[in-house]
Design a protein around this ligand. Structure first.
Ligand code: SF4
Ligand code: SF4
Length: 97
């Protein structure tokens, strides 16, 4: 389920708003979209794949998580990391084990 929009990484392109098949995001006046309808998320990863700034994190767990730590996820290199997993981008922070 979509969990995080990183405000420090988002470049306000609204690509996530456009590609989400279930209209989870809303545009905002300040430019950074909001997760407006999280429960409508289908965990399809499309938003994370298309985000050019690696600013989104979709958790593989389809249930909402309450204790995710953005800083820790960033340290792990998993915010936006799905793009690298499927070969859409090179995520230099992602470790391969
Ligand atoms: S994972 Fe899919 S359904 Fe969920 S917010 Fe992203 S694009 Fe929308
Ligand atoms: S696709 Fe990424 S950079 Fe663009 S608005 Fe959405 S979160 Fe921000």
């Amino acid at each position: 389920m979509i969990e995080i929009i990183s405000e420090s990484k988002c470049i306000e392109c609204n690509m996530c708003v456009s590609v989400c098949p279930t209209n989870v995001f809303d545009k905002t006046a300040n430019g950074i979209p909001v997760i407006a309808r999280q429960s409508d998320c289908q965990t399809c990863f499309m938003c994370e794949l298309y985000c050019p700034a690696d600013a989104l994190f979709v958790d593989p767990n389809p249930e909402p998580q309450s204790k995710l730590d953005e800083a820790e996820l960033e340290r792990q290199g998993v915010i936006g990391g799905y793009r690298a997993v499927v070969g859409w981008a090179v995520n230099k922070k992602k470790s391969v084990s």
